[in-house]
Structures are given as C-alpha cells and as structure tokens.
Ligand binder design. Structure first.
Ligand code: XAN
Ligand code: ZN
Length: 473
C-alpha cells in the first residue's frame, strides 16, 4: 500500500523512537522524539525530549497534522541507500552457480539483460524489482538498466510512479560483448544515453526524485572512443557516473591487456575524465595503494558490495583501508552478482566480510554495527551526492525513512520455563518478523539483533520525501 503521487501530502508528525547514524562510530538514539514533516516532505522541526506531544503540536501550530507513533519495540530509521544494483538482473537473484565474474557475465547475465529489449518483459521485471527493494526499506537506488532505451526509460517511469528515489543508467557497452547484446558503436551508445537523459528530464525536470546517471558498464566493455565521449558528456552535463572497478583478478588482467598505455585500472577512467567526485566505483577489491590514492585525490566514491563479492568469489574489499584513506564508501546489493535485493543483508554481509578480512589483515579491519549502518545510510547519501538531502534525520532534510518493528515476547511467555509448557508456548505470532525482543535489551542491542536477524518483515512502513511508498500488510 502506498500514497499515490497525485495525492497532495499532508503535514505529519512522527512520534517515538528515532535512531540514525550520528557519525561513522556512533548511533544517535532518541526515545521521546517528535519529527514534523511538512507538505513538501521536508523535516520542519525535530524535538528530542518531547514528553507531551500535544504541547509540541500546539507550539508549532500543527494541530491538523497526521500522527504516526512507534510502539515500545519499534523505531524510525533512515531509508537505505543502495549505491549499486542492476534492476535488469533481478530475475537472476540467487542464481550464479559456481561462476566467477567473466563467465558469470556470459552465462547468466548477458542473456537475461538482452531479454529486456522487450518492453513488456522489462515492465514485469522492473515493477517487481522496485516493489521488492521498497519493501526492504531501500528509499534510494543507483540502478543499472540495460542498453535498451525504451526499457531504461520505463525503469525511470516506474521508479517515479512508485515514489522511489533513483539514479537510472542506460548501460553503455560497445566492446567485448555478445553480438546479440552490444552497442553498435560509440556514437550510437552516446545518442541512446542522451535519449534517456532527455526522457528523464521530461518526467522529472529538476531531477527531484529521478536522475540520469552515465553508465559505462566497465572498462573492458567500452572502446576508448566511447570512454572519451562519456567523459565529454560528463563534463558538459555534470551528471553522475557509475561503473565497476577491480572486482576480479581476471578482469584486472584483461584491463591491463586492453589498455596497455594505462598504469592502472583506475587510471583508465582517469585518462578519460571519468574519475571525478561524481563517479561511483563498484567493488574496488583489488586496488593498489597508488590507485587508492588516485581515487582519494579525485574524490571518487566507492560502492562496497559484500554479498556479491562472496557469491562470485571475487574477494574481500578492504573497507577499513579505504575509509582510513578518507575515501567515501557506501553499500550496494549488486543484484544479481549479489543474491539479495535487501540492503539489510548488504549491511550484515559488510560486517561479516570485514571479519574475514580481519582474519588476514588484523582486527582493525572489523566493521562495527554502527559503521555498517552508516555505510548503508549516510555513507550511501554521500556516494550518490545527496548528503544534504537524505541519510539522516535533521531539519531541512527530506523524510526518507522506514519504521522498523521487532517482536516483543510477552513477559508471561518469556517466563514459561518456570512452569509447565503448553502447546500455546510454542506458537509464534504471525506477522511480527524474526527478531525476538525479551525486554532487557538496550536500544543498541535491539539494533544489533535487527542487523543480524532481521528481514523485510521488520520493515513495517517506508516513506520517500514524506510520501508513504510501502506498508506491510
Ligand atoms: O558485479 C558486476 N555485475 C555486472 O553486471 C558487471 N558487468 C561488468 N562487471 C560487472 N560486475
Ligand atoms: Zn554490478
């Protein structure tokens, strides 16, 4: 259930517990909060110790506002920002067999993506992908579509209709791709990219919700003329860019062979004017120190995709090493290299992958709960260049949020072990999700239980720019 786009927003008060990331290391937990969201979907005020909501309402003259309250086992949290996801690969989520990147592309990915030449197929795939990501609390996504203009434009239409904030990229690939799925020339790829830009401009002229994003698939899929032309287009439009980098050792070797004049993979993008502060680089696993330093110097951003990196046995990205150098990092599901459209799963996998990296590099590599949640929200906002508008709860930001609910085990049932067990004791309540709360947990512990055990059943409601875009029925 959601509020249609043509229904004007009402002012709303969100009352109860708010949790968001204050810094990379610290959660801000506010138990008696009131957030006022205006009819434009912006946070107008935020009161922290509001024992009496009526007083707050009266003080702000918001008596007519709609009120949403949390119960004792619920909290508001910023919507997740998926900085790298292939909407076009959603039907393959979970299907990757024993493959690694280059054979996975040929076996699973190109055949599926090419089928989205059919707009009706694309409609089914994209509609379900957007509904599903919204149900997991993804309020913003940087999407790869395919190289088909009509289907890519349809993805933008569907995001706008569903109310999801999105960057939509028509995938450019004029080299090393199968004949049935390839741009016929660099010029054709640029002309088609411009068609998608024009379309998005026509449906959302200020890019208030949907923005185009330039999308060279990755260096091996693009000829030098295409990379050059995309660099020019980036300079003339100032649009963001997304691509892949150093995901797989075979891919790194291939880039060395294809671009012998370049000193590194990162330098290929730099050479063509693509390595800028508006570039989102997915993966960045096998970077040299000089590449890391170049990325930092250009202020390019990194999308860490832990579930995908484990699934395709690509490697473990050294996130601490990237963060310590001052690079901005966010998280991506990378469906369908990644098996799940859930950003909560990406958050969880970022924690676990960092523990595997720690087993080789030392304990400092471990990421905390606070850190992985930061990457999934505020870090992601910086990666997509929207840190002034989303990622946390501050006055002036837009209300992109999720209501998270955990299952509070009734006291009587929690104490059953003292008496005789009856059939009733074994019954699980339906619809409360898989995270059980016994009443003694601190808020930090409740959040940890959500991160490690939660799923979309815990995401009760989702708002983007103040509009309700998903509600669990
Ligand atoms: O994870 C990935 N998914 C893709 O579709 C892709 N294409 C090039 N490199 C890629 N990596
Ligand atoms: Zn990818």
């Amino acid at each position: 259930m959601s509020t249609p786009r043509n229904v004007p927003l009402r002012r709303a008060l969100y009352v109860g517990t708010f949790i968001h990331c204050k810094t990379l290391q610290e959660l801000d937990i506010c138990e008696n909060g009131v957030i006022g969201v205006d009819e434009h979907g912006k946070i107008a005020f935020l009161e922290r110790d509001a024992e009496n909501v009526d007083l707050v309402t009266a003080a702000h003259g918001w008596g007519d506002a709609h009120i949403v309250r949390t119960s004792s086992s619920q909290f508001f949290f910023p919507g997740f920002i998926d900085t790298h996801i292939h909407a076009s690969q959603y039907p393959n989520a979970g299907i990757f067999g024993q493959s690694t990147l280059l054979d996975w592309l040929n076996t699973y990915t190109f055949p599926l993506e090419s089928s989205l030449a059919n707009v009706n197929t694309a409609r089914v795939v994209y509609s379900r992908c957007i509904s599903r990501t919204l149900s997991h609390g993804t309020t913003t996504a940087a999407y790869y579509a395919t190289n088909h203009v009509d289907s890519t434009n349809l993805l933008a239409d569907i995001c706008l209709d569903a109310g999801q904030r999105a960057f939509v990229g028509r995938c450019c690939m004029d080299s090393l791709s199968p004949d049935f799925y390839k741009d016929i020339s660099a010029d054709a790829a640029i002309a088609d990219t411009k068609s998608t830009i024009d379309h998005i401009k026509s449906i959302d002229p200020t890019y208030g919700l949907i923005s185009p994003i330039l999308t060279p698939r990755f260096a091996p899929s693009c000829t030098p003329p295409l990379l050059h032309a995309l660099g020019q287009l980036h300079r003339s439009t100032d649009l963001p860019i997304q691509t892949h980098i150093s995901e797989n050792l075979g891919e790194v070797q291939l880039v060395r062979k294809l671009f012998p004049e370049s000193t590194s993979y990162a330098q290929v993008y730099d050479m063509y004017g693509l390595l800028t502060s508006k570039m989102i680089l997915a993966h960045a696993i096998h970077l040299s120190t000089s590449e890391r330093d170049l990325i930092k110097e250009r202020d390019a951003k990194i999308s860490h995709c832990p579930a995908s990196n484990s699934a395709l046995t690509s490697g473990g990205a050294k996130v601490r090493w990237l963060l310590d150098s001052g690079i901005t990092v966010g998280l991506g599901t990378d469906v369908s290299g990644g098996y799940s459209p859930s950003m909560l799963e990406a958050v969880r996998q970022a924690s676990l992958v960092s523990r595997h990296v720690a087993m080789l590099d030392g304990d400092a590599a471990k990421l905390s709960i606070e850190e992985v949640l930061y990457l999934g929200t505020r870090g992601g906002a910086k990666v997509v260049g929207l840190e002034d508008r989303i990622g946390g709860f501050e006055v002036g930001k837009e209300w992109d949020a999720q209501l998270v609910g955990l299952a509070l085990v009734p006291e009587a049932k929690a104490a059953q072990h003292e008496g005789a067990l009856c059939a009733e004791s074994f019954k699980l309540p339906s619809g409360e999700g898989p995270v059980d709360i016994f009443g003694w947990e601190s808020w930090n512990e409740k959040v940890a239980k959500w991160v490690y055990n939660g799923d979309d059943r815990n995401t009760l409601s989702v708002w983007v720019k103040g509009r309700l875009v998903h509600q669990r029925s």
